[in-house]
Design a protein around this ligand. Structure first.
Ligand code: SAM
Ligand code: SF4
Length: 334
């Protein structure tokens, strides 16, 4: 069961001595884009009643925070398509124990909310930009939304928000934009992050580019590129800096590298399933507990028990190997 660090501050540990203090919370499975690698074509959406209400999500977050989760990243689907998302973020900020709040968005609907988010002192804003070319962007995301996305990105930078740009390199689609994306970090104080394509239920209509290939291209362009261990985020990215870059380069090699031994995260799906590992089905149906009248103490102890049993690695018994699929990213939240 979870160890207690001090009387005042609790924290959760799993059976493999990992401290669990980060939660990704998906508030919707819906999205205004249709990225080829995430949500291609027509897909059925989850009925509204099956999605947790904001007050239910806040109750789970309050319990997680009480147990030691310090950072909550709100994601989706696209979180900003859910009505009331900025107000939800305000409430989340007030939850005792939640020290950092973060948002992952495609930014197509973000610009009108920038002022609210900067007043909220959001700790991290991740913006997905899979191309800087309008046609390629539309080809990958299914929507002609690049100018809205770049408008939001610039407004967020101007407002002083801590921005990271997420880019999934795709063979033959946007793999010629690895340097243009890095140039965003040359011109602005933003981190440019390259995410390896993970196999998902979206199918294999696209092929990824390995982190090694991305790093080789970047190292050629920035010969002084060196790894940087200063704290920059809450997740598994490896960061690199260069004198020519105002921001850093982030590499998320979810497929070719393993970061299971330092995994600190939990995922709450929009239907209230507490997922312990991206590559495993195991977890806890919190919606059933929330709607079945479970007490805060019950929920707390079931979460502690589930977290203690977090799978050791993606390949641990019962889990899938990296080549197999992990379900719909839009439902899990990335
Ligand atoms: N809609 C928001 C967005 O696109 O940023 C938040 C949700 S999205 C699921 C979160 C992140 O997951 C995005 O950076 C997206 O690029 C990434 N993602 C989705 N499917 C992926 C996949 N199969 N492999 C790697 N990253 C993926
Ligand atoms: Fe929507 Fe984000 Fe998935 Fe693209 S990656 S379809 S923007 S949820």
């Amino acid at each position: 069961m979870g160890r207690t660090a001090t009387k005042r501050e609790r924290c959760m540990w799993d059976a493999h001595n990992r401290r669990i203090d980060y939660a990704r919370v998906s508030i919707t499975d819906r999205c205004n884009l249709r990225c080829l690698y995430c949500m291609p074509g027509d897909i059925p959406f989850i009925p509204h009643n099956d999605i947790l209400r904001y007050e239910e999500i806040l109750r789970v977050c309050a319990t997680l925070a009480k147990l030691g989760v310090k950072t909550v990243r709100v994601t989706g689907g696209e979180p900003l398509v859910r009505k009331g998302c900025p107000d939800f973020l305000k409430e989340l900020k007030k939850v005792p124990g939640v020290k950092h709040i973060a948002l992952s968005t495609n930014a197509a609907l973000l610009e009108p909310h920038i002022e609210t988010l900067s007043k909220l002192e959001l700790d991290s804003l991740n913006i997905s930009v899979d191309s800087l070319d309008p046609e390629t962007y539309a080809r990958i995301t299914g929507r002609d939304a690049l100018s809205a996305v770049l408008g939001s990105l610039n407004a967020a930078i101007k407002a002083g928000l801590r921005v990271k740009v997420n880019f999934v390199p795709l063979r033959g689609l946007n793999d010629n934009e690895i340097l243009p994306i890095a140039r965003l970090a040359e011109a602005n104080p933003v981190d440019a992050r390259y995410i390896e394509l993970m196999p998902s239920d979206a199918g294999n209509c696209v092929k990824g580019v390995t982190s090694d290939e991305v790093l080789a291209i970047l190292a050629n362009e920035y010969p002084d590129l060196k790894s940087d261990n200063s704290p920059r985020g809450f997740g598994p990215a490896r960061y690199f800096v260069s004198a020519r870059l105002r921001g850093a380069i982030g590499i998320i090699d979810a497929v070719s590298n393993r970061f299971c031994s330092s995994c600190n995260r939990l995922r709450l799906t929009s239907t209230g399933f507490l997922k312990l590992c991206l590559f495993h089905g195991d977890g806890l149906d919190l919606r059933q507990m929330l709607r079945g009248g479970a007490s805060d103490d019950d929920i707390e102890s079931r979460i502690e028990e589930a977290v203690y049993n977090k799978p050791e690695s993606r390949q641990a018994q019962g889990g899938s190997n990296p080549e197999s699929r992990i379900g719909r990213m839009s439902q899990i939240g990335g």
